[in-house]
Write a protein that binds this ligand. Structure first.
Ligand SMILES: [Fe+2]
Length: 231
């Protein structure tokens, strides 16, 4: 039963469970700082040798943290400060005057989603409903894999490759810079970060080697299945 206090404290908009971290709960500064740096779902060295601890240390501890910190600075004292990360992304998308807020909010969202898209001992082929839908959409897992790798490898400059659910059909997408499928109504299931900071320490300019290794050895199909189930 809701109490008066619950009602007063209830967010005006539904807060996203993903990836506005569980760390925000019980964090008394959350109302002033809408974005939090969520804990990694695994140890920094857990993805090695595909992604080194050194890469994760910089990528998570410097890049991801910087997006979160900058976002909090940009929205401090504004109406957006009490909104969820996802709500900020959707509220600022396409608004040239709020481009900096969008970029940092979207990158905070994207990175939290990326960490959960990877797991030690991942890769391989999914089963169940995902396998059925991949076969329906792409003709088979190998065709999907080539399409996903192509989207990641051929994305010009910085960006992201995505497996999304669009109108009940699985599709592969790529986006530039901080852009993400949420703004076009698609539901992300998995992503691969193809900004150079994601792979340069380990692979230098060899993005295809990074992408193929991530797909073969790290993709978290359990996370994709959870996202599909929640869609
Ligand atoms: Fe990144």
């Amino acid at each position: 039963m809701k109490t008066g206090s619950d009602v007063r404290n209830a967010p005006e908009k539904q807060r996203s469970a993903t990836p506005r971290a569980a760390g925000a709960r019980g964090n008394e500064t959350a109302a002033q700082a809408p974005a939090v740096l969520p804990p990694l779902p695994w140890a920094e060295d857990a993805l090695a040798p595909v992604i080194s601890a050194r890469t994760i240390e910089f990528h998570y501890g410097k890049h991801h943290k910087k997006y979160v910190d900058t976002l909090n600075e940009l929205v401090a004292g504004t109406d957006l400060a009490s909104e969820s990360l996802e709500a900020i992304v959707l509220a600022t998308a396409g608004d040239a005057e709020k481009k900096a807020i969008f970029n940092n909010a979207a990158q905070a969202w994207n990175h939290a989603f990326y960490w959960r898209s990877l797991k030690p001992g991942g890769g391989g082929q999914p089963g169940g409903e995902l396998a059925r839908r991949l076969k329906s959409a792409f003709g088979g897992f190998d065709t999907f894999k080539r399409a996903f790798a192509d989207a990641a490898i051929k994305q010009f400059g910085s960006g992201w490759a995505w497996l999304v659910l669009d109108d009940e059909e699985l599709k592969v997408r790529s986006t530039s810079d901080a852009e993400l499928p949420l703004t076009s109504g698609e539901i992300p299931l998995l992503t691969i970060d193809v900004w150079e900071h994601a792979y340069y320490l380990d692979y230098q300019n060899l993005r295809p080697d990074y992408v193929n290794a991530v797909i073969d050895k790290l993709l978290n199909w359990d996370f994709a299945a959870e996202n599909l189930e929640l869609a």
